[in-house]
Design a protein around this ligand. Sequence first.
Ligand code: PBG
Length: 322
Amino acid sequence: MAEFPKLRLRRLRKSNLRKIFRETRLSTDNLIVPIFVDENIKEKKPIESMPGYYRIPLEGVEKEVDECLELGLESFILFGVPSYKDEVGTSAFDREGVIQKAVRRVKAEFPDAVVVTDVCLCEYTTHGHCGIVRDGEILNDETLPILGKIAVSHAEAGADVVAPSGMMDGMVAAIRRALDESGFSSIPIMSYAAKYASSFYSPFREAAESGYKFGDRKGYQMDIHNSDEAMREIELDIKEGADIIMIKPALPYLDIIRRARERFGYPLAAYNVSGEYSMVKAAIEKGWLSEDVIYEILVSIKRAGANLIITYHAKEVAEKLQ
Ligand code: PBG
């Protein structure tokens, strides 16, 4: 191999030559837009801790999807804010629940849009935890059949992909079985396989009204210090039948994304979460960072090895990609 001064790496960085050798490309094809659907409102409502982001009323969901489609964004993940909550999250699997209605509306008008649904209890329970609670404890095995029911109700409404996010052990197997028994063997599962107990989720909890009333999520979400454990979580989810594995959050966990890419070579999603979004928006609002950091962050997540990125920046970055 030649060395300097014969070899000069700057030669290929000139003008448009640099584009030819670009190793990573960000495309709207790889972005998923989160939509918060709130059945308690009639007008879209700003989310204070997420500047530029809104809760959308049920009646507004088609318009929101349409705007995204215009920008080339064809995949969505829906989160619901229900009008009714109870101890066991009944409204999460109600045929007439907010997500089931929202999915039917979107698929009726845009059959080709890819609709992913979040399968979890925290938005639908009064205590705000991701599982059934007894004596202050979040029960694992008792939660599994409910997750199965939620997933089936989403599939019946027309969801294309279901995404369990509650970090219960055995959730992927339980959901796979429930879907298969109900005739939905072709619906893929995108599992939040390595989801950390992160402080970056707090704006989401305002957005989705899913904050917990006691304790925290450390009993089920992963310890932020661990990397080997993430590999075990992912391996287990793949064995249980996950079609896509997810790592969440994204930017502070690029090492996990890279490791999972190299180790499993499996369809891989990264969730660029609410706090990552808010942090960047705040710095841009203050004039301390330029908007270009958004693109740079999303490229870094892709370069680390994610095939797809769930991001609240999808629309603003799609405008730039056009
Ligand atoms: C529900 C869920 C959460 C997020 C996605 N699904 C919140 C949580 O676990 O507390 C967070 C997403 C974000 O912060 O953007 N289990």
